[in-house]
Design a protein around this ligand. Structure first.
Ligand SMILES: [Zn+2]
Ligand SMILES: [Zn+2]
Length: 167
């Protein structure tokens, strides 16, 4: 395949923005994982719990510390895009930033990046693989009431951040 030039002699290269659109279209055709079956803390503990379930799917149970020092439990819906969350033992207010821990080993849940959809929240990540892998995980914002408080695929976020860095 030779180089292609336009009438003025400029070399024609594929527009990277076009490639991105093509990729998005391709991704849309891929079957999506809609519910998380199991996610792990950095020490390989499953944080799934049946105590609270969402449409009969086990919730993602995490320990939380509020800015006022109160501690409790937060159970996130395992369904992608579902904003349902249940708080047990404490009732955080809208806009509070939470510290988030594994309920089994108290390991802090790692921060991937600052949240772009709220003021002060950070995106936390849990791994879909027992050997902790932030590129194959789920991510959620730790600020109560943030529009990104639901879970999403961490790999897509990382890819998005990478692409935005290129622009
Ligand atoms: Zn743990
Ligand atoms: Zn946020």
């Amino acid at each position: 395949m030779g180089y292609r030039f336009d009438k003025k002699g400029f070399l024609l290269i594929p527009d990277p923005r076009e490639r991105r659109l093509e990729k998005q279209a391709k991704d849309a055709n891929k079957p999506k994982c809609l519910v998380v079956n199991i996610v792990y803390c950095p020490n390989g503990h499953s944080v799934m719990d049946d105590y609270v379930n969402f449409n009969s799917f086990s919730g993602i149970k995490l320990k939380i510390h509020r800015p006022n020092g109160e501690q409790g439990v937060m159970v996130l819906s395992p369904i992608f895009g579902d904003k349902s969350v249940v708080f047990i033992g404490t009732k955080p207010k809208e806009g509070e930033k939470l510290e988030v821990f594994c309920p089994h080993c108290e390991q802090k849940i790692p921060i991937l990046q600052p949240c772009e959809n709220c003021d002060g929240g950070e995106i936390r990540v849990l791994s879909l693989d027992e050997n902790f892998d932030i590129t194959n995980g789920i991510a959620f914002c730790d600020l109560v009431g943030c529009p990104s408080a639901f879970i999403l695929h961490s790999g897509e976020l990382i890819e998005q951040a990478y692409l935005e860095g290129l622009e």
